[in-house]
Design a protein around this ligand. Structure first.
Ligand code: PGA
Length: 251
């Protein structure tokens, strides 16, 4: 399903009124636009139903920011893939570096979340990316390979087909420091190469690879013009409707 995608990761921001206002503003600005990509908003879980209501009446798709690796039961505070599916949520971010860092989620644990999402027909947006010190030691290819192989390579072909990968170098997230288009292309091509080795060229060519990390209206066009960059996972710049729509229109 290699399509171009721009997804806005709202993280833990906005109150309900603010979230509703942002969803409405994005939907309104996109109305009638000839879009070159799919547009996804990923609000906090509490606002997903509001967002899927907007999605019904607009081009927007909706993603969650997290999901449980369990089916149901006594897991206080958790939200299951079945619950997300029952709200018509389309996507779910998995393995964002903030979850890896603050909630100690590792690749094997994240593999379980990917499975639950696929079981319920949601598309995981699986995040990978290295820390600054890992890049400085030129260890970034190894780290990303490990994140992808341990988190995803248990999937069979048809499962893998329903997946999106986001490369987000941790040193670029929320820092204003973006990977250069050449750096992004280099590692995206590397990731596609890993998929070719494991699943073959046909499936690799169908896989959407997003870039994330201080991607904004100023740098999106150059990043998205790279042959292996199929769109972006946008944090800070997705909280302003005008800028987010500019990013969406950067293909
Ligand atoms: P940023 O965040 O665009 O604010 O760097 C991206 C992300 O964390 O998904």
């Amino acid at each position: 399903m290699r399509k171009k995608i721009v997804a806005g990761n709202w993280k833990m921001n906005l109150d309900f009124a603010g979230a509703e206002e942002l969803a409405a503003a994005v939907a309104e600005r996109l109305e009638g636009e000839k879009l070159q990509c799919e547009v996804v908003i990923c609000p906090p879980a509490l606002y997903l139903e509001m967002a899927t209501d907007f999605a019904e009446e607009s081009v927007l798709k909706v993603g969650a920011q997290n999901v449980s690796n369990r089916d149901n039961g006594a897991f206080t505070g958790e939200i299951s893939a079945a619950m997300l599916a029952s709200l018509d949520v389309d996507y779910c971010i998995v393995g964002h570096s903030e979850r890896r860092k603050y909630f100690h989620e590792d690749n094997a644990f994240l593999a379980g979340k990917v499975d639950k999402l696929l079981d319920h027909g949601l598309t995981p947006i699986y995040c990978c990316g290295e820390l600054l010190e890992e890049r400085e030691k030129e260890n970034h290819f190894n780290i990303v390979e490990q994140q992808i192989s341990e988190g995803l390579f248990h999937l069979n072909d048809s499962e893998f087909y329903n997946l999106v990968i986001a490369y987000e170098p941790v040193w670029a997230i929320g820092t204003g420091r973006t990977a250069s288009p050449e750096q992004a292309q280099e590692i995206h091509a590397f990731i596609r190469g890993l998929i070719i080795k494991k699943y073959g060229r046909e499936l690799a060519d169908e896989t959407t690879l997003l870039y994330g990390g201080s991607c904004n209206a100023k740098n999106a066009r150059e990043l998205f013009s790279q042959p292996d960059v199929d769109g972006g996972l946008i944090g800070g710049a997705s909280l302003k409707a005008t800028e987010f729509v500019q990013v969406v229109n950067s293909f």
